[in-house]
Structure formats: C-alpha cells, structure tokens
Design a protein around this ligand. Structure first.
Ligand code: BGC
Length: 841
C-alpha cells in the first residue's frame, strides 16, 4: 500500500465516527477491553462499505466487521455461524438468479437493465447462535443502488423473520448485545426497536468501516452523529403522495416531506430527525437571542455532564406563522456541532440564520414571502427534544423576492394536514407557555423568553444578477465552424460512440465516467476528465496501456459479485450490441503494462450528512481532491443532492438528507473543499426531483412550484449561492411533463437568472435522441438538441448520434428541433470557460 493510501484511510477512519448515530444505549458499550465476541448477521463478513452503481468505489481492500474486530484484538467465536450463513446466502443466490432469468424471459428486454441491478432480499435460514462469551454484535446490512428502487419486502425494507428471531434471541442471551446497522437506507425496525438495548447506525463508511466499528465498541472513538432522515415504521411514512410509478408520480404531499410530515400530523417515529445519543450526556442552555438587522442568532452553552468525551449537535428549528400559506410544524433553520468536550467541559456556540432564509414560495403571486406573526425558535438536540428559546415577531407580510413561474403545472393541489391532525399536534408538541412572564425552561436554567420585534421594511429583498457569458469565450466560439461548435457540446467519443457504457466512458483515464472534447485541441482546449462519486473517486483500480490506448482491467474482488454479477442474464444479441460499442479488442485480448489507481472510499453521503459537521464533510472531500490531482481528474460527478423523499428510493445512500438545509450546507462545504484546489471542481447532481429509480429515463415527477422551490430546489440554491460549483448535472426524469435537461425555466431562469449560477450544465449520461423504444412509452428519453436549446451545455458521455442530432438541428435539417447558432454558441462558450478555468489558459 502506498503512503497516501494509508494516510487517507487513517483520515477517513478518524472522521467516520462522527457519521455514526447511536440510536439506543443501555450503557453497556463501550467495552473496557477486547475479548471474546460473538459476531452475527449478514454484515458480519459481507460488511458493506457503500452502495451499488456509479457511486461504488473500486478499492484495493476495505475492512469488514469481522476483520476490524480481529484487528482490534477480539477473538471472534462464531466462525461456524458465519460459514453457515455464507452457505445459506450462496444457495439463496442461485435460486434468485434462476427466478430472475425466468422473469426477464417473460417480461422482455425493457425490464432487463432494471432487473440487472436488482438486489436479492435477505434470505431466511436456520442457524443456531452458538457463539461464546458475554458479548455479541449483530451486523445488519442492506445493499441498495442505482437503477432500481428497493422493495417493500422482508429482507429489504422490512426485517426478515430470521433477523427478527435472531436479534431478539441474542438480546436475551448475551449480557452485552449491540445491534449494528450497516445500511445507507432505512429499515423498518418496529418489530425489535423497543426490545433491543443498544442500536448503532454505523452506516456505510468506506474503507475502514470494520475498523471504525471496533474503535466504537472499544471506546477508542465515540459516535457523535444525528439522524438526517426520520426512521419510522414503514406504515407510518407519508403515503399521501405517490412513489415509483412508471409514468407519472404525483408528489401530492407538497412540502410535507420527512419530519415536516411527521411533526405536522403528530405521528411518533421510532427515531426522530436529528436524534442521536453518545457515550456521554450534555446540558444545553440557551443564552442570548439577538436580532441584528434580519440575522437571528442564539448563543448556546453546551456542557458535557457525563463521564465520557463527546461532541454534541445543537439544532435550531422555527415554527412559522400560518396566514395564507400553510406551514409544517417546524423547519430546521440552523445547526452547529461542538468540538470534542471532555467530562465537565463546556463550549459556547452561536447558531444564526438570516430571517429571509425562512421565506416560503407564494406561487399565486410569484413571490417569496415571510408572513406576519410569530416565528417561534426551538432549540435542542433533536427535532423532538427542543425548548422554545425566543420568538421573532414580524409586523407585516414581507416579500423577500419576486420570482418567475418555473417548473410547469400539475393536475392536483398540494395536500395539507387537516384541523384534527393539527389539534393533536398542539397537545403533542407545544407544551411550553409562550408568555414572556413565565419564561421557558432550557436545560436547567430558566430565562425570560425573548420576544424580538422585526419590521417588514427591514427585510432584505433578493435581487437577481444573471451572469454574463465570458466575452472571451464567446468570441472564441464565434470563430468556430458549426462542426467544431457542436463538438464542444458533446462528450468525447471515438467511432460511433464513446465507450458509451455508463460510468466508464473516458478515453484518457481508465474507468472514469467520461470526458470533454480533448480531440478538439485548439488553442489549448484540453480534455476535462470526469469521475463518479459521491463515495470517493470511481476509477478502474487496474488498467492496461497498449497501442490502442488505455483499458480497464476488471477485478472480481467484490464478495457480492458472485451473487450479484448477472451478466449471464444478458441475452447474446444485447451482448453483441454492447461489445460493438467498445474498442475492437476485448480487455482479455489486450496486452501492455498493467497499472494501479487505488482510490479511497469515503463515507456515503447519507452518512456524511449524519455528522451534521461541515468540517467532517470537508475532511473527506479533501481526500477526494488529493486523489483527483493524483489521477488527473478535473470534474468530480458529485455531490448528489436529491432529497430523500421516500425510504424505497434506490439511491438514498447517495443523497444527504430529507432536509434541504443539511443537503445545501453539506454540498456547499464539499464544493469549497474540492474547488479550492486549482484544476478541480464538483458537479452537483441530479437537478431535479430525481427521487426514484423506477423507469428512471422516462419517469415524470409531478411537483407543484412551492414544493419544488422550498424543498427540492432549496439545497441546490444554498450550494450555488454559498459555493458556486462549476458544474451541475441535470437529471434523467421529466418534471411536470418536460425533461429537466430540456427545461429553459429551470436551467436559464431559476438556476442562472435567479440564483446567479455561473457554471456549466451537463446532462446525465446517455441522451436518447429518438431511440426506437420511445414510441412504446408515454414519454421519450431526453434528447440532445432540445437540451442544448434549454441551456444544458454538454451532452454526456457523448457519441456520434448526439453530435449529429445537434448539428442537424443547427443546420435546420431536423423536422422536430431547430437550434440557432447563438443557442449553441452560448453552451459551447460555457464549456470553453470551464476548460480555461480548470486547465488555465
Ligand atoms: C448516473 C450519474 C452518474 C453517471 C455517470 C448516471 O447513470 O445517474 O449519477 O454520474 O451515470 O456514471
């Protein structure tokens, strides 16, 4: 292992415990020392470092739970149980593949790609828990990934019968029992949650996942994460809106996503948003609440009152007044995390936010507004453990921004909680007396409740400053031929296509996702190489170089591949098509020297968000930036910022949170950490409302403008305004009937004109451009020419078809789409500007 690998692994190991959430504790952990340990569960040996798909990072090795515990000096007493589990898993895998083959034969090719990434639900099996000692750990894993949503079945969203039986039995049998959740998505823990004393959401932490588990069990490290999504019984999630429809999915729940729903209807989740324990306790006391201009700030004293070191996250929520617009019970407005506090130590934190950040969209009047009334500030360490610490009173309705209508229309009004639900809520959550005379109890201290007066004329109005295209870049592209111009707007390719395999289409760096037009090589326009994320840098670990160029060398070192590699299911005719897109010789036939590119897998985005620490996110991003430099990558295809709308979404682990503030703050921190390195940038993706994988190229998300702006776009808005990412990726799905890449109102109006975005927009990978299957579907796939027209500057990964379709539209030879020279120049200029920015001129 090279020095940088060891060093990066250690950095990740030291920061990862911040991402782990202790959901329950009875004080039995951490242990005093390593000894005998009984290890069970599907994740004992098959521990997951991350999810599947383009976010998967090819690594040299990573530590599993078993290895981590052994490295830490434990004697694992359950080898034969783990061997037995392996046999059960393998035999279930065989049956599963046979079933899948049958299903594909029946349902035809259309479903093939979806079924290829389907995950086998956990099988049922009978094995005796025979491990010795007083201590047992059960590692429960769930794999999910790109291309297919999870299933509401036992062994996926639900616990299997075997898992329930074993977990409950182990809880009784062992003195010290810890249930470890090695998942990037929610599992319905209702059957066991109140019966198990210790539950740790370890999550999927990349390279050192097993070592981190051992560190936590031994107290060499402590968990300090908080949930960034609500963990509830599956039946309790909001079912007002639709999910996973093939054609149209109506987001009827509007703004009531995640805790905004649970809190507003008074439903008790198993573990609420923001919840997380540690090995110690903290006392949180609100200090001064100040209004400076329109900035609210609350100073908070956090004291470690326990016997162990730890860090605490303080959260500030606001309940907004409801006049014309309905509001969720509360909205996260600010958060901060302490440094490490020793027992008895205290720290003063300041949480602040501009009042304007609470504005809601009034889509009737095309405004963002703050309504008159009381803004109740709630401070605490989870969404369900807060105390009121102050009230801001706004005298009149104030407009914070005049906005354009964007996103189109739906055929439904948004849902809102009814009166009965709201009344339940009043009893349920608002227990404090709001009168300033009685004050409010915050931790141990009583303070007079501050009431702060704010006047509508103080509110700052957001003005729009649309960016101008760089005049040098514009005059550069104005001198190009049509062909050259169009070439700049497609990813690089050879022959008919780039290698044209999603996630592995680059020509310069093996296994990178794609690249821009290097063969253009005019006046110093070099190619920009893109690699996937967000769990690190996705490259081929091994690659060869011969006279034809670079080629990836596949490795079969992933234990899951034995079951999950389903290439045998691809019919021969499809295989032929796939091979015809690739270079003439297959990797097996090629020679040349073999090289290594070892990248570090960092915690998945969902875990990073659980740290509630922008510093932790920056530390991980820094590792990625260093590897981008090392391997010659300029554009990282991350962070992914879609909202975790539904527990069944297959890519949940790639996304940060159900809350847009956390998503936006995390993405802004990551963007700054990457882009401070010359020649490196991020790509925030997938813009927008890409919240399911079902039929992902042709699914239409139907969302009203308020939810669009206040929930789904809000995180992107924060990231753009705070950190100016250089690149953004549009999404596969349609939004209200039009593909996002083809929506001028999204790309040119919302993103550029309103938010002032100065970067370029690329498509997600593989435009359809009139594919044959378009006719048999309600919606076609997104296409190159209309995307360019809408301000989607670059079609990725690029291929002859995309190049020709844009050229035809430009030369008025396409009956359906027409592009003007200015429209293509505008996109090409933005791509040139990026190349100059990243490669210097
Ligand atoms: C995914 C993107 C990814 C791209 C390139 C697409 O299928 O949706 O997230 O960046 O492939 O691998």
């Amino acid at each position: 292992m090279e020095n940088y690998e060891t060093e990066h692994r250690e950095r990740i190991r030291s920061v990862a415990p911040e991402c782990c959430v202790l959901l329950k504790t009875n004080g039995k952990f951490p242990l005093k020392c390593a000894g005998k340990i009984a290890l069970y569960g599907n994740g004992a040996r098959r521990t997951l470092k991350g999810g599947r798909g383009s976010a998967d990072v090819n690594v040299r090795t990573y530590t599993t739970a078993e290895q981590g515990l052994k490295n830490a000096g434990f004697t694992v007493t359950t080898e034969s149980w783990m061997d037995g589990y392996e046999r059960a898993f393998q035999s279930a895998g065989k049956d599963f593949r046979a079933l899948l083959k049958e299903k594909i034969a029946c349902e035809g090719m259309d479903r093939l790609m979806e079924n290829l990434s389907i995950v086998m639900p956990e099988p049922e099996y009978d094995l005796l828990p025979e491990g010795e000692g007083d201590t047992a750990v059960y590692v429960l894993s769930r794999l999910c990934g790109e291309g297919v949503d999870r299933q509401a079945v036992k062994g996926d969203l639900y616990l299997s019968e075997t898992e329930i039986r074993d977990i409950l039995q182990l809880e009784k049998k062992y003195e010290n029992f810890l249930l470890v959740l090695n998942t990037g998505c929610i599992v319905d823990l209702a059957p066991i949650a109140d019966q198990v004393g210790n539950i740790l959401l370890l999550s999927q932490l990349g390279m050192s996942v097993g070592d981190v588990l051992a560190d936590l069990i031994l107290g060499k490290a402590y968990p300090s994460g908080k949930l960034a999504a609500t963990w509830a019984a599956a039946k309790d999630y909001c079912n007002v809106g639709e999910f996973g429809r093939r054609d149209d999915t109506r987001y009827r729940e509007g703004i009531y996503v995640g805790y905004r729903y649970f809190d507003s209807v008074g439903k008790e989740p198993l573990f609420c948003f923001g919840h997380g324990l540690g090995y110690t306790d903290f006392l949180i006391s609100a200090g001064r609440v100040v209004l400076k201009g329109t900035d609210v700030s609350v100073s908070v004293k956090v004291k470690n009152t326990g016997a162990y070191r730890g860090k605490e996250v303080v959260q500030l929520y606001v309940s907004l007044p409801e006049k014309e617009l309905d509001q969720p019970f509360q909205t996260l407005a600010a958060f901060a995390k302490t440094k490490e506090l020793l027992p008895g130590e205290e720290e003063i934190l300041t949480l602040s936010f501009p009042v304007e950040s609470l504005a809601s969209t009034d889509s009737m009047r095309h405004q963002r507004v703050l309504e008159a009334g009381e803004y109740i500030l709630r401070l605490g360490n989870s969404s369900r453990n807060t105390k009121i610490c102050g009230v801001v009173v706004l005298d009149q309705r104030a407009v914070t921004e005049e906005i354009h209508p964007v996103g189109g229309e739906t055929d439904f009004p948004d849902w809102k909680p009814d009166e009965a639900q709201r009344q339940k809520l009043e009893k349920f959550l608002i227990s404090e007396d709001l009168s300033p005379e009685t004050g409010t109890k915050t931790g141990e201290t009583f303070e007079k409740l501050p009431i702060l007066k704010l006047f509508a004329n103080q509110i700052k109005k957001q003005m729009h400053h649309p960016p101008k295209t760089d005049p040098d870049a514009l005059s550069f592209v104005q001198n190009l031929s049509d062909e050259e111009l169009v070439y700049l707007c497609t990813g690089d390719f050879v022959g008919e296509g780039s290698k044209n395999v999603i996630g592995d289409a680059a020509l310069t760096v093996a296994g990178a996702a794609g690249e821009t037009t290097g063969r253009f090589q005019k006046d110093g326009v070099d190619p920009l190489i893109m690699a996937d994320g967000p769990s690190g840098l996705r490259l081929s670990r091994l690659y060869g170089v011969d006279e034809q160029g670079i080629y990836a060398v596949e490795e079969q070192n992933d234990p899951l591949m034995e079951i999950e590699d389903k290439t045998e299911l691809i019919p021969d005719d499809i295989k032929k098509i796939l091979y015809s897109m690739m270079p003439q010789l297959t990797p097996e036939e090629r020679r040349g020297t073999i090289h290594e590119q070892n990248c570090t897998a960092i915690p998945i985005a969902a875990a990073l968000a659980q740290s509630w620490s922008t510093e932790a996110a920056e530390t991980c991003a820094e590792v990625v930036a260093e590897e981008m430099k090392r391997f010659g990558i300029q554009i990282w295809l991350a962070p992914a910022m879609n909202i975790q709308r539904h527990p069944l979404c297959g890519r949940t682990f790639e996304y940060y949170s159900e809350d847009p503030l956390i998503s936006g703050k995390m993405a802004a921190a990551v963007t700054k950490a990457i882009q401070k390195h010359n020649g490196c940038c991020v790509t925030i993706k997938h813009f927008i409302c890409n919240n399911q994988e079902a039929n992902r190229f042709r699914t239409n998300s139907m969302v009203n403008e308020r939810a669009l702006r206040d929930i789904y776009a809000r995180g992107y808005e924060i990231a753009v305004k705070e950190a100016q990412p250089y690149a953004l990726m549009s999404s596969y799905n349609l939004l209200n009937g039009v593909h996002t890449s083809e929506r001028y109102d999204l790309l040119e109006v919302l993103l550029r004109e309103e938010w002032g975005y100065r970067g370029m927009v690329m498509s997600d990978f593989l435009p359809g451009d009139k594919t044959a299957s378009d006719v048999s579907n309600k919606y076609r796939k997104f296409a190159s020419a209309p995307s360019i027209k809408a301000g989607n500057d670059l079609m990725m990964p690029g291929g002859r078809a995309h190049y020709e379709n844009i050229l035809k539209a430009l030369q008025k030879e396409d009956p359906d789409w027409v592009l003007s020279r200015q429209e293509v120049e505008r996109c090409a200029a933005r791509n040139i500007e990026l190349a100059w920015k990243l490669k210097g001129r």
